[in-house]
Design a protein around this ligand. Structure first.
Ligand SMILES: *Cc1c(COP(=O)(O)O)cnc(C)c1O
Length: 399
């Protein structure tokens, strides 16, 4: 690696805001599950851009869909209809079983959209007095970086110095259905949860929790909003993490892998009764639902409709989990898995950052979170051998 000195590394960021602390590697090319740095060294990408690359880098079907659309039309704004919009919405509706789609671009925008949808639904459909709506959220949530969203984060690093924040959010511990039921009152319009908490370290709730959340929210007449931006689209071995408990949320939020790793595409889905609280002019986005995004998003849905990626995620995920559970317990305190998604808690003597730096030397890219946790989310196109390679690299990295 030519990036050996601190000076080389700081030169890379001389004109950049310092809102990230990247591992010391400069990537130049990528294909499938593999990336190559500026010196020609190859790495297995075990992060996959936090699940935005579920189908790997430059999946040929997705690249073709993008290229074909690039040669036709890229942007119209929603001031006009375009010929890629309806079929994308129909595909996503088919995949999710929810009737209506509102496309946006980034995940945070889609979460903001879901918040607006839930509040307006409370006011317009349930007759709640204006300005009173509350939304129940979980401790340690991650829903994005806008001021409203970080305002209900419990992560001080994400919040510090960015207030004042929007009121109207109430916190409960994740995975505790009784606490959730107790937090709901007549002002509550929605419960917003990640079915599996990603940034928190792949926190899988107790089995049956999502069904309980579904029952509690239905009984109380409040919306269940599932933020599946990271957990959805094949990551957990099912199309959506909610499918693992056969739960259908009222509002589904998608992002990351919906853009196939090629461009930002997000969406909010709900049945008509809910979605129709949006009326012309009440919400929008210049780029949301653009022809390029629709072409790629539809191709993503079609890949998922084969079921191949969900199966790979389930089967290779079982192999990854078995491998991770074979790591020495004097080094790895806990392992949590859902499909090809894993969180590993290291013993306090090890920091996540140093283990990720050792993994980098072993030719594997991964990312630490919250000090001593490592998150793995390899693309769903990895092979059995590549899963084994991740596990063996980790075994050496924690040794
Ligand atoms: C990444 C993520 C977001 C935010 O998505 P951006 O595209 O970065 O705005 C929101 N919710 C969850 C669960 C995420 O993982």
């Amino acid at each position: 690696m030519s990036l050996t000195t601190d000076r080389d590394l700081s030169a890379l960021e001389a004109h950049a805001a310092h809102n990230y602390h990247p591992l010391p590697v400069v990537l130049a090319e990528a294909d499938g599950a593999w990336v190559t740095d500026v010196d020609g060294r190859r790495y297995l990408d075990a992060l996959a851009a936090y699940s935005a690359l579920n189908f790997g880098h430059r999946h040929p079907v997705l690249v073709e869909a993008l290229q074909r659309q690039l040669g036709r039309m890229t942007l119209t704004s929603r001031a006009f209809h375009h010929d890629r919009f309806a079929s994308f919405c129909a595909a996503l509706s088919r995949l999710s079983g929810l009737e209506a789609v509102l496309p946006m671009n980034t995940g945070a925008e889609a979460v903001e959209t879901a918040i607006k949808l839930a509040r307006r639904h409370g006011y317009h459909r349930r007759g709640l007095a204006d300005g009173q709506a509350t939304i129940v959220v979980a401790d340690a949530n991650f829903h994005g970086r806008t001021t409203t969203i970080v305002g209900f984060s419990t992560d001080t690093t994400a919040r510090d110095g960015f207030g004042p924040f929007a009121p109207g959010f109430r916190h409960v511990p994740f995975g505790d259905a009784d606490a959730l039921a107790a937090a709901i009152d007549e002002t509550t319009v929605a419960v917003l949860l990640e079915p599996i908490q990603g940034e928190a370290g792949v926190i899988v709730p107790p089995s049956g929790y999502l069904q309980q959340v579904r029952r509690i929210t239905r009984d109380a007449g409040v919306l269940f909003i599932a933020d599946e931006i990271q957990s959805g689209l094949g990551r957990t071995g099912a199309t959506f993490a909610c499918d693992r408990e056969e739960v259908r949320p009222d509002v589904l939020v998608l992002g990351k892998a919906l853009g196939g790793g090629l461009l930002p595409v997000s969406a909010v889905l709900a049945d008509r009764e809910v979605m129709d609280v949006f009326t012309p002019g009440s919400h929008g986005s210049t780029f949301g639902g653009n022809p390029l995004g629709c072409a790629v998003g539809q191709a993503v849905v079609e890949l998922l409709e084969t079921g191949e990626y969900q199966t790979r995620s389930r089967e290779l995920g079982a192999r990854l989990e078995a491998g991770l559970r074979s790591l020495p317990s004097q080094r790895v305190r806990a392992v949590r898995c859902a499909g090809l998604w894993a969180g590993l808690d290291l013993v306090p003597e090890l920091t996540g950052r140093e283990v990720c730096e050792r993994l980098l030397d072993e030719g594997v890219l991964a990312k630490d979170t919250h000090g001593s946790t490592i998150r793995l989310a390899p693309p769903l196109v990895v092979t059995e051998n590549e899963v084994d390679l991740i596990v063996e690299a980790l075994r050496r990295a924690v040794a």
